[in-house]
Structure formats: C-alpha cells, structure tokens
Design a protein around this ligand. Structure first.
Ligand code: ATP
Length: 292
C-alpha cells in the first residue's frame, strides 16, 4: 500500500560543549561540539498532495512558511538527491521547540521531512545517505536525523556516537530576545584571547560515561563572545537550586541547567518563570526522530 502521510516527532538539542577550533577558508568554522537530544519536540507531518506545490503550515506564526523554511529546503534537497520527480506536498509543523534559540528547531524539522520522504517514496536510504542530504540543508540536520549523545565535528556533520548521557533532568530557559548566529560567529572572527575549552577532558569523560566529569566541563565558547540578555541571572537561579552545571546552548540565547534531582529542577523552573516565561523541564533522549 502506498503511504500518503507520515508524521515524525523531531527532538531539540543542547550543546553540552561547544568550542570553535578555527575559521575555515570557506567562511564556515571548524567546531568541537558535544550534542545531546532532549525530549522537547516539533511534530512534523508530511503528506503527498495534488499538483507540484510544496505547502508549509506552522502552528507558530513567526516562522516563515515560504521557500526559506528549512522544511521546504529539505524537501527540495531530497527530490534533487534521489532524482525523484518533485510532487506536491503538504507539510505541517506543530512547533514546540523554541525558535532561534540555539536548540536546532529548524534543523529538527528539516530532518523530519527528509526521513518522512524516505518513508513515503520507499527509497530505503541509509542513515548515512539521509545525513548526506541533510548536510546540504543545514549543518545540524545530520545530528537531528541521528540524535542521542554525539561528538559533532567540522561544521557539525562529522558525527561520532558516545555512550548515552545518564538519566537526569535538564532545565531550559530561553530569554525573549534572540541572538543572531551570524553575528555570534562574526564575534569569533574578530576576537582576541579566546580561552579554548577542555575538549580532551570532555571527550574522555563522555566516552567513559562519566556523568560528573561531563557536567564539570559543560561550557560554550560563545559565552565569551556574545552578550545574552538574562544569561547571568538565569545561571544564578539554576546554580542556587543545585544545578550540576549551567551553560548556554548553541549561539544562544537558551541557557540550560542539568540536575540529578527532579524536585530541585522543578523548583528552578518555578523560580525562572519570573524572569523567563519560556522555561521548561526536560530529559535527555537517545534518538533524534520518532515516527508516530
Ligand atoms: P541552531 O541551534 O541550529 O543554531 P536555532 O535554534 O538557533 O538553531 P532555528 O529555530 O533553527 O534556530 O531557526 C532560526 C531561524 O530560521 C528562525 O528565526 C526562522 O526565521 C528560520 N526558520 C526557517 N525554517 C524554520 C523552521 N522550520 N523552524 C524554525 N525556524 C525556521
């Protein structure tokens, strides 16, 4: 039976570590990132439609539903890579991942579209082949197609699996004002005296599954480079409630705290709501996509 409609839950990510090793000649940056999928999801439905239009709808009205949407670009990239005659699609995004947050919400949607089209057209592509399509759409898409706990290198597309992060509670706080990713990388290019992070120590701790060792090293080089509103008070609330670490994700502005105790995490969220209404409690998950 031909499948006409497929729905995926697509997970957000946080960066347990993010360091920039250098700027590449092509303008991109060589990165060292420890990525972690978290249980906060967009729900993306992809349905075959009459005609040849790709129509995007989204529950969040601030997201562009035109050709600039990452889901649109992902569909185009899929048709191009597989040589399948492009057809009409209705793509609906139920957005629960905060956008422009440093949590790869757009990349998660792109990953869901690629996986859904692989199902609909029964192309049976491997994860590696799907990632090859994904990287053309965005550097975080391969991670979102895979998920779990990963070392991501180069521009983010070279992925090495790590042992799953121990079960814990992750509190996310996203300040209202966004940060431009382009400006954040620009700040690296002009910065002097960057203190690089303990990447070797982090990799050693992560590959040993040493939870305390990981938490001790959660750091993001962008915190030295860009001003993020409310970053300091958010961190101080997280720390006051017993977070094992408090760190910014991606190029911000989301700040997360890791807790080993649910009641402490809940108390932190209640307290954070006064300065940051977009505060959530979530958990690490081991996959980026889940078909529902
Ligand atoms: P990253 O952590 O990968 O840097 P991010 O969380 O900072 O990602 P996104 O939520 O992916 O950022 O979106 C950044 C911008 O991309 C948004 O402001 C929006 O205009 C545009 N965009 C295009 N398509 C989408 C989509 N499907 N979901 C969210 N944003 C999208």
């Amino acid at each position: 039976m031909t499948i006409m409609k497929v729905t995926y839950k697509a997970a957000a990510k946080i960066n347990l570590m993010l360091d920039i090793l250098t700027r590449l000649d092509n303008g991109y940056h060589s990165l060292f990132m420890l990525m972690q999928s978290v249980g906060l999801y967009d729900t993306v439905s992809v349905e075959k439609a009459e005609g040849d239009e790709i129509t995007i709808t989204c529950s969040q009205d601030k997201i562009p539903c035109d050709r600039s949407n990452i889901a649109y670009k992902a569909a185009v990239a899929f048709f191009k890579a597989t040589d399948i005659e492009p057809c009409g699609l209705n793509i609906h995004i139920e957005k629960d991942i905060p956008f422009a947050a440093g949590m790869a919400g757009g990349s998660a949607d792109g990953a869901a579209v690629i996986a859904a089209l692989n199902d609909i057209f029964e192309t049976d592509l491997s994860n590696q082949q799907l990632c090859g399509i994904g990287v053309k759409v965005g550097a975080d898409v391969p991670f979102c197609l895979t998920g779990g706990t990963m070392l991501a290198q180069n521009i983010g597309e070279i992925l090495s699996p790590l042992p799953p992060l121990e079960d814990c509670y992750i509190v996310l706080a996203k300040p209202d004002r966004g940060v431009s990713t382009k400006e954040a990388y620009g700040a690296f290019d002009t910065a002097v005296n960057i203190r690089h992070l303990d990447t070797c120590g982090m990799l050693y701790a992560a590959s040993e599954g040493n939870f305390e060792g990981i938490c001790k090293r959660c750091k993001n080089v962008f915190e030295q480079l860009i001003e993020v509103p409310e970053r300091v008070p958010i961190k101080s609330i997280l720390n006051r409630h017993g977070a094992l670490c408090a760190c910014m994700s991606g190029s911000g502005p989301t700040v997360y705290g890791i807790f080993d105790d649910e009641s402490k995490a809940q108390a932190a969220v209640s307290n954070l709501k006064s300065i940051c209404k977009n505060s959530y409690i979530t958990k690490p998950v081991t996959t980026g996509l889940e078909r529902i």
